[in-house]
Design a protein around this ligand. Structure first.
Ligand code: FAD
Length: 310
């Protein structure tokens, strides 16, 4: 039994999500190989080779992998899938883009966002916005699954260097072309990797209030900033701040929810935080049922006090 993990990277280094996905792959038992597909990405392969538990890195380095399109990546994976019992990728935008295509081309079912491994053919995955955990068994010859990265510990770097094998690139499918990529840059930690998240909801009332109240608090705590969908829809903050069923799924050490009611769709994205703190003026807000620490207070008074006290 050998598992192929598709590495997510930016041509220079691996994304943290890949380390958690390798962590999941190691739970399966067998060997773990990592596929690095990109352009001028030898440094990524070298980093991948040092991950503990990885026994082989497959490096496909060609210009048509620079854009990391799902079409070209899937063609490469399918061409090299024969030796593998499992093919895994993080349940990130990248993995969710590529893996259904891999599964379809291999004519197997995709198992989405696994959060636990019961046996090599049996997985737990959340459904209904995380309110139900389904245990599913696959009878397919090869299991193609995306991994909920917050559910698995990342593997450490610094293992014995694994073999790096150059892989012949598959032909360019020419099915899609990257026109441009607009990336938000921030000094703050990435939401997925942050230990502390300060998150704001509709209760803040405006983008100005969000910035004026939550940024100083996040600065003091070295925290990432997040938001409810209501705050995103109202234009207080950009889309990539959204946490929840249709946003990011996070599991920080501390999650501070400010002016967020705690709708199930929001809880789906943050209920695995180790400690949840809620500040809300409505004592009956559902967020208090999920919170470890709750403060029933006007956020316009409580948040500046909290920031000043830190
Ligand atoms: P509200 O529910 O309006 O809550 C605002 C809170 O602020 C209230 O509890 C209020 O008491 C409090 N408040 C107001 N003023 C103050 C004050 N001065 N001091 C302190 N507290 C105050 N939502 C998400 O967040 N993420 C998702 O991914 C997501 N996906 C969805 C997918 C679907 C298919 C659907 C149908 C909905 C989804 N939603 C999602 C929306 C979700 O149902 C809620 O509408 C949303 O989470 C509400 O955001 P909120 O808590 O900021 O706003």
């Amino acid at each position: 039994m050998t598992t192929l993990v598709i590495a997510e990277h930016d041509q220079q280094q691996l994304h943290g999500a890949t380390l958690n996905t390798v962590g999941a792959a190691l739970r399966l038992g067998g060997e773990v190989h990592l596929l690095v597909a990109g352009s001028d990405c030898a440094a990524v392969a070298a980093q991948a080779a040092r991950l503990r538990g990885v026994t082989k890195v497959l490096l496909a380095d060609a210009p048509h992998y620079a854009a990391q399109t799902a079409e070209n990546l899937a063609a490469l994976v399918v061409a090299n899938a024969a030796p593998y019992s499992h093919i895994l990728a993080p349940a990130s935008t990248y993995g969710k883009n590529a893996l259904p295509r891999v599964a379809a081309l291999l004519d197997v079912a995709q198992i989405s966002e696994i959060s636990a491994i019961v046996a090599p053919d049996t997985f737990v995955r959340p459904i209904y916005a995380g309110n139900v955990l389904a245990t599913v068994t696959s009878i397919d010859a090869v299991k193609v699954a995306t991994v909920r990265t917050t559910a698995f510990d990342p593997v450490a770097e610094g293992g014995d260097a694994a073999v790096i094998e150059a892989l012949a690139p598959a032909a360019d499918t020419g099915l899609s072309r990257l026109v441009s990529r607009a990336l938000a840059s921030s000094e703050r930690p990435d939401l997925g990797a942050a230990k502390i998240i300060v998150s704001g909801g509709r209760g803040l009332g405006s983008g100005e209030n969000y910035a004026r109240l939550l940024e100083p608090l996040a600065d003091k705590l070295g925290a990432a900033l997040g938001a409810s969908r209501a705050a995103v829809d109202a234009g207080y903050v950009p889309n990539d701040y959204q946490i929840g069923q249709t946003g990011r799924v996070v599991a920080p050490q501390v999650y501070i929810a400010v002016g967020i009611s705690g709708a199930i769709q929001h809880l789906a994205g943050m209920k695995d935080a180790k400690v949840i703190v809620a500040i809300n003026s409505d004592a009956d807000a559902p967020i208090f049922q999920a919170a470890d620490y709750g403060l029933v207070a006007d956020l316009f008074v409580a948040v500046p006090e909290l920031s000043a006290g830190l």
